[in-house]
Ligand binder design. Structure first.
Ligand code: SF4
Length: 509
């Protein structure tokens, strides 16, 4: 085996000293090291695909989780991580917290194996050991921050072993800003591989056979009922829902490419869109949420698929009438701020507005793309502040500024809202995990939002009972009533200021 690929010396041994740096520090050194280690091309592609904004470093979970999750959710697919043990520990923990039920592969390293290039050899051996065509269609190897910065050359792995496809990707936190976009890194790499295969010759048909109608592939992980709801909506246009990307099986990638058009429900799948466009498939942004969103989206899908106007109208009539009924009978009354990192924030925001809420701010950790441009313009026309690449600081500032009756957000936003006695909902667990499309989406969102807003009295009661207990200096577990030491604080501050002054004086020379 070892004579197939020679041992490749590490392109940038000095980068091994970058171990210990990562998402929490040292981004510039890591970027510099990666560039010197021959990763400039891939980093330039990431910079073009996932433009950074004021929020240029991950503020949420490790981005590589997005790729890992996509890999772990596929049947007959093995996913192997190459990175620092602490990163792998966190990623494995999170995977199982979200119910992976699959083994996460890991090729460990130390300074020596990293510097000598032995790590690459270990990865290659692991891939050969795993490549059993009876069990697997593909193996995914993910370079985390340190191996990427060190230039571990996954591109030199064989493209296929015993009929098992090998996909090596770099997913460093200093090159891929969010875990959402990391899903695209792997989905795009797989679509690219599958497209080459389809161009080279016949490929496997979908497990359930090819649809008799032209299909729409859906881009984005969504609630399982949503593709079915969309299928009902587009049936009058003689269209069917095809595959959802990221796919759950390798052969679904061919079916995804074999579509009439692509609906970029989640707008950040830039690399995947590139593959669909290379396959000649038109891409439509936004999604069928709310009355206006559904009206426009059905029109755009119909136009992309050359559907006659009377069939587009039939599809609109079928869905919009029922939706008007739901929205006329139920309403959300109250001010809301919304933030998240899933990429579907603008869609939820549209629906909230159509459900009657007074939405003031929507922040997304994802970037502006052509596929969310229409949603952003619609929201701005309703007076909503839309913040792409939103930072935690911006999300918190919006909450303080607009004083909402409900804050929907990420974990730290929700935590801050609770401290301020504002009812709040986790975007990822409580909003993303329910239907969003069509009548079901509107009904479900109104229900959960109104229930959360109805909790204000409970918050007030708890606040009145606990007062300021457990806040600030009194946070944590105490066996006795905390005793404050203002003199000690004053002394520490005095010493700190003295040190600062000394440092400044030294800097000035
Ligand atoms: S791999 Fe993830 S957890 Fe590890 S340093 Fe990079 S961004 Fe942080």
């Amino acid at each position: 085996m070892s004579d197939i690929i020679p041992i490749t010396p590490l392109p940038n041994p000095a980068a091994a000293s970058a171990d210990g740096l990562g998402c929490h520090a040292g981004k510039d050194q890591m970027l510099d090291a990666a560039a010197k280690a021959g990763k400039s091309e891939v980093l330039a592609q990431y910079a073009a695909d996932y433009p950074k904004g004021p929020h240029d470093q991950p503020q949420s979970m490790c981005p590589a989780f997005g790729s890992l999750r996509v890999g772990l959710r596929m049947r007959r697919n093995a996913t192997i991580l190459s990175g620092s043990a602490c990163c792998v520990y966190g990623l494995t923990f999170t995977s199982h917290f979200y119910g992976a039920r699959r083994t996460v592969g890991y090729v460990p390293f130390n300074s020596e194996t990293l510097v000598t290039g032995k790590l690459f050899e270990d990865i290659r051996d692991a891939v050969y050991a795993e490549a059993n065509p009876d069990k697997l269609d593909a193996i995914v190897i993910i370079n985390l921050c340190v191996p990427t910065a060190s230039g571990v050359p996954l591109q030199l792995l064989p493209k296929e072993i015993n009929g098992v496809r090998v996909i090596g990707i770099d997913v460093p936190g200093f090159g891929v800003p969010t875990h959402a976009e990391a899903k695209d890194v792997l989905a795009g790499a797989m679509l690219h591989y599958a497209r080459q295969e389809a161009m080279a010759g016949p490929v496997a048909a979908p497990r359930q056979g090819r649809s008799s109608k032209p299909t729409i592939s859906l881009l984005g992980e969504m609630f399982p009922a949503d593709p079915m709801i969309i299928a009902q909506m587009i049936a009058p246009m003689d269209l069917a829902v095809g595959t959802v990307v990221p796919t759950r099986e390798w052969r679904e990638l061919y079916a995804a490419l074999d579509c009439k058009a692509v609906a970029a429900i989640h707008p950040f799948y830039t690399a995947s869109v590139r593959e669909f466009q290379a396959a000649g498939r038109p891409v439509v942004g936004s999604a069928p949420v709310g009355i206006e969103g559904t009206h426009d989206w059905l029109g755009a899908i119909g136009a992309a698929c050359d559907v006659p106007q009377d069939k587009i109208d039939a599809a609109r009539n079928q869905t919009l009438g029922a939706m008007r009924g739901v929205l006329a009978s139920q309403k959300i009354n109250g001010r809301i701020t919304l933030s998240g990192y899933e990429g579907s924030e603008l869609l939820v925001a549209r629906l909230l507005i159509e459900c009657g809420s007074d939405l003031r701010y929507v922040g997304s950790a994802c970037p502006a793309t052509p596929w969310n441009q229409h949603d952003a313009q619609w929201l701005q026309s309703k007076g909503v502040h839309v913040q792409f690449r939103a930072s935690l600081e911006q999300d918190l500032a919006a909450m303080r500024e607009f004083k909402p009756q409900l804050a929907i957000g990420t974990t730290p936003v929700v935590q801050a809202a609770k401290e301020l006695c504002i009812p709040s909902l986790y975007f990822t667990n409580l909003i993303s995990a329910r239907p969003l499309m069509g009548v079901a989406g509107a009904g479900s969102l109104i229900q959960v939002v109104n229930a959360a807003m109805g909790n204000q009295a409970r918050f007030d009661e708890m606040k009145a009972f606990f007062g300021s207990v457990g806040q600030g200096d009194e946070a944590g577990v105490w066996e006795n009533v905390p005793v404050m030491h203002p003199d000690f604080k004053k002394e520490v501050r005095r010493q700190f200021e003295k040190k600062q002054k000394k440092r400044k004086a030294e800097e000035m020379g």
